[in-house]
Design a protein around this ligand. Sequence first.
Ligand code: ADP
Length: 498
Amino acid sequence: MSTAEETYVAALDQGTTSSRTIIFDRAGRIVSVAQNEFPQLFPHPGWVEHDPKDILSSQLGSFTSAVVEAGIAPRQIAAIGITNQRETVVVWDRRTGEPVSNAIVWQCRRTADYIDELVRQGCSEMITSKTGLIPDAYFSASKIRWILENVAGAREAAERGDLLAGTVDCWLVWNLTGGAAHVTDMTNASRTMLYNIHTLSWDEELLELFGIPPQMLPQVVCSTGVVGVTDHPAIAGHIPIAGIAGDQQAALFGQCCFTPGSVKNTYGTGGFLLMNTGTTPVRSESGLLTTIAVGLPDEVRYALEGSVFVSGAAIQWLRDQLGIIDSAAQSEELARSVDSTEGVYVVPAFTGLGAPYWDPYARGAIYGLTRGTTRAHLVRATLESLAYQAYDVITTMQKDAGLALPTLKVDGGASANDFLLQFQADLLGCPVVRPKLVETTALGAAYLAGLAVGYWESLTEVEANWKVDRRFEPNPDEKRRQERIAGWHDAVSRTLIR
Ligand code: ADP
């Protein structure tokens, strides 16, 4: 009698610069990883594009490599989950599958003037109240409109029903299922600026405003649930595609932030903070975004989202522009070599300040320099700035949502820095927890898919896989905490221009 073959779940993690596949086992451990970078296209200043075929081929290539590296057969994959760069759009021909143009990437600013015009016309309140988003070129709506307006024949073809549109998850699923499924999940839909996050449907008034024919848009599905099976020459067999979520939402799920008030921060190049607000969409008073955290079959959970424009990038700046550290990791050793910054504050507002300040004109500044300031003080102050910025966003979220923060869960490159995480805990006055597995984005997609096919039975079972690498307890010195925060806010107030 043969023993049952071991099975796995594969997460396709389609990012902005690379496509990765990670194969997980039942304990949520990584069995294999494969990654392919693909070209970034900059046809004009401020424009960013991807070739949709590069997105697809790099993704498929990583899947094949990950399966080979795991030493398993594709039939041993119980389900595929997809997570993706958000907001980026593709428009393609429903019959041939040919894209009508390159994908317009979330970073692309080509529609900024058009969005400014909508704001001038007074559309902001309508857009925010329906979508939870602040009008910006970042989101998908104006990008789809741009393609319809600027690609010859596109609008007519779309009106005839010959074209399909979608975010990257949608493009991947359509191709992987051989054109059988034109779907997107609620988290991705909530980033298009066309989806009403309260009624959970494409919004007619918004479609009208942006001039987008509804027949182009995918069906919106839950983040967990089988949407089809693979039917593609590059993938042997018919594997269920069973989970979809945008990257930040997948990370929130992968961090097991299932209860209202739980927050994760990703300290990457930028910082991405999401707070689960449960079944209630919370409208922010301070310019945070309201978004869908996850669409479960029985209920939708919402989140507040805030970003820090410059997080780990400030450490890169120390290394690459100032040349005062050799590696990002060295920042920790230098920061620890002094007891404090001696009153030095670095405000890394290189590209303006986001929530809760919203000053695009602010620029970086260093305050409190004395004759005794050393590079160690400067490095420490820069590291501390990552924590101060996260602190500002988190306290704003707590105020907006009226929820207390039990712990902060962290991931991303700079979460390797123990000094930073201890400082963050001291500032917040709550524990900061780093999980053993920091590939939370891929893990979240895997969980969504695995839950849908019964690979994992419940959120409780998934949560049991979440293992602490290190927990940073806050220092109880309240006076010191208040002094530091006051010093930071003083530095920020001097940096603001408007
Ligand atoms: P992204 O996915 O946004 O490209 P990552 O999550 O890979 O980013 O994180 C990379 C960032 O983390 C870089 O900006 C780097 O400066 C920072 N970083 C990496 N290791 C450390 C460290 N030990 N201390 C502080 N920052 C670090």
